[in-house]
Design a protein around this ligand. Structure first.
Ligand SMILES: Nc1ncnc2c1ncn2[C@@H]1O[C@H](COP(=O)(O)OP(=O)(O)OP(=O)(O)O)[C@@H](O)[C@H]1O
Ligand SMILES: [Mg+2]
Length: 276
């Protein structure tokens, strides 16, 4: 072997160092029926335990509602799943094979965990179609997107997402001119462009009209099945309208879990809400 070939061999970094191997996140192993495993997770902020030995599981295709008083740790729980906050202890697995605690925020998103924050962050100066185009999975950045021609599959994907979020009729409308509710749906659409397997949605109906709430409920319900969806929401009428299984978070732990009726009649849950 020539010296050069030897050097090349040595510097086949993908073979030399395990950690530079790009891990394959494309296959989430959900053969046991679970898409998310959160086990024994705790995190403290300046000595205050925001999440306290939290345990819960999300099934493939499930729509799970999470409720709980202010400060219960709902947003922090999402921060942990998406890699924004590192827990002090515990484990968080996406399917059986992907350890989310070992991954960066972009890697977690890439693996198929989409998150919708409360405030919509759409590109106000672009129209709906362009917003979805920019959010497309695998796009190489905003500028190349506009230079490159879309394939017909990409066109179809955008059209189908516009249909799902109910905005097909206003593809050319500037996002900045949309109502609050429409912006929220557009942002959900932008998440969908990345084909997430798990969607985390924090307070989706805050500030919405009743009509917009109904539409949001239908949208989230329609996403379940194909996706797994975790919805955090304070509005109890809304939760009741979409709820299958509900988890109640309190002081960083699950206080109760079950149907809406079960948790609303749970004595400990009643005490927590009355004591608010
Ligand atoms: N980065 C942080 N630094 C310090 N404290 C934090 C941080 N993030 C959250 N907390 C605290 O952790 C607790 C849980 O907050 P979190 O935002 O998760 O609650 P929540 O259930 O989402 O509440 P809400 O219903 O009001 O949105 C709160 O007491 C909050 O002040
Ligand atoms: Mg919150």
């Amino acid at each position: 072997m020539s010296a050069l070939a030897k050097i090349r061999e040595t510097f086949r970094r993908d073979q030399v160092f395990d950690f530079v191997n790009k891990q394959d996140y494309s296959r989430v192993d959900t053969s046991h029926g679970q898409i998310l495993y959160v086990e024994d997770v705790s995190v403290s902020f300046d000595g205050f335990k925001a999440i306290n030995e939290l345990n819960f599981y999300i099934e493939v295709g499930e729509l799970r509602c999470m409720i709980g008083p202010n400060g219960a740790g709902k947003t922090t729980m999402m921060d942990i799943i998406t890699g924004k906050t590192r827990p002090d202890q515990g484990s968080v697995w996406f399917g059986q094979n992907i350890n989310l605690l070992k991954m960066t925020e972009p890697e977690i998103a890439q693996a198929g965990v989409g998150r919708k924050f409360q405030k919509p962050t759409v590109f106000e100066h672009h129209d709906i179609f362009e917003n979805l185009e920019m959010a497309m999975a695998g796009n190489k950045g905003v500028w190349s997107t506009f230079r490159a021609r879309l394939s017909s599959e990409q066109h179809d994907q955008i059209a189908s997402v516009m249909e799902i979020i109910g905005l097909s009729d206003c593809a050319k409308q500037r996002a900045g001119a949309l109502s609050h509710g429409q912006k929220q749906w557009l942002e959900i659409g932008m998440l969908l462009m990345q084909n997430p397997k798990l969607l985390l949605v924090d307070e989706p109906v805050a500030g919405m009209t009743h009509q917009e709430m109904d539409k949001t409920g239908e949208l989230l319900t329609s996403l379940a099945g194909e996706h797994s969806v975790v919805v955090v929401e304070h509005d109890m009428d809304f939760v009741r309208s979409i709820a299958k299984k509900v988890s109640v978070l309190h002081q960083g732990s699950i206080l109760a879990e079950g149907s809406m009726d079960e948790v609303q009649n749970n004595q400990r849950v009643i005490e927590v809400y009355l004591g608010e």
